[in-house]
Design a protein around this ligand. Structure first.
Ligand SMILES: NC(=O)c1ccc[n+]([C@@H]2O[C@H](COP(=O)([O-])OP(=O)(O)OC[C@H]3O[C@@H](n4cnc5c(N)ncnc54)[C@H](OP(=O)(O)O)[C@@H]3O)[C@@H](O)[C@H]2O)c1
Length: 255
């Protein structure tokens, strides 16, 4: 029972690990014993996190990866696999959002969000799974979705469409890859406080939004630890195609 959530001996990729949720996910997985591949477009913040992790005794490497580009994903995974061995946990966390009313969206706005959130998640999950199948290894893929994959909000059309797509992709990939021992689940956070949104949530509009959350508070990154470790580890060995919502009850807010 003690070791149910242990990730000792496991190799975990976290995309979008430079800050926000991704950096915290990396620290949490590292503390549970995983060796880490920190991925994103900007290498400097990844190297800084790598240093911090290594100071606490966690093995980590930083790789440059654009999740929307198959060649970039493949090259980063090959480099990581050469150094650590086969990656058997993938946290598909890289994400982007554009806030604009639907009638103001350009084609470029649409593509930039869909390419990172939906295509990027597909490419990373597929390239990780391909290497697991080739090596005959089981694995766990965790797609970071959102409560906006379950319900809608104004002025975030491509984001909400992309996250609904991630939810459906999670189920479809779970179905196809169960035979290979690869589990695919989604983690759907509600509103989590990070450096990027802290200022907004302290404004009057932000405070009004928080009052609509049944628990009357924003989530913090630590609130995601339980669900993340459950899905990444063998504690969820009979779960695949599931989505865990961590939102203080926000999806149940009154209509
Ligand atoms: N914060 C919340 O309240 C919340 C709620 C629900 C869901 N989420 C989801 O949680 C995930 C992380 O969100 P966050 O709040 O931590 O956002 P964030 O701070 O903006 O982080 C996004 C990360 O994605 C990386 N990224 C963006 N485009 C990329 C690309 N093409 N290739 C590789 N990496 C890319 C960015 O790094 P580079 O720019 O260096 O590439 C950055 O590290 C996202 O999927 C988001 O939708 C967040």
């Amino acid at each position: 029972m003690d070791n149910l959530f242990s990730l000792a001996g496991r190799k975990a990729l976290v995309t979008g690990a430079a800050g926000g949720l991704g950096a915290h996910f990396a620290r949490t997985l590292g503390a549970a014993g995983a060796q880490l591949v920190l991925a994103g477009r900007r290498i400097e913040p990844l190297k800084q996190l790598q240093e911090v992790l290594e100071q606490s005794g966690v093995t980590a490497i930083a790789v440059s990866m654009d999740v929307s580009d198959r060649a970039s994903v493949g090259a980063a995974l090959d480099a990581a696999q050469q150094r650590l061995g086969v990656i058997d946990i993938a946290i598909c966390n890289a994400g982007a959002a554009i806030t604009k009313p639907a009638l103001k969206l350009s084609e470029q706005d649409w593509d930039s969000v869909i390419n990172v959130n939906l295509k990027g998640c597909w490419l990373v999950a597929t390239e990780v799974a391909r290497r697991l199948v080739d090596a005959g290894c089981p694995g766990s893929i965790v797609n970071v979705s959102s409560i906006l994959g379950h319900r809608v909000a104004g002025a975030v059309l491509p984001y909400t469409v992309s996250k609904a797509g991630v939810e459906q992709m999670t189920r479809a990939l779970a179905l196809e890859w169960a035979r290979h021992g690869i589990r695919v689940n989604a983690l759907a956070p509600g509103y989590i406080e990070t450096d990027l949104n802290r200022e907004f949530f302290s404004s009057e509009a932000g405070q009004t939004m928080i009052r609509r959350i049944p628990q009357r508070r924003l989530g913090n990154v630590q609130d995601l630890d339980g669900a993340l470790l459950l899905l990444a580890s063998d504690a969820s060995r009979y779960m695949t195609g599931s989505s865990i919502v961590v939102d203080g009850g926000h999806l149940q807010s009154t209509l």
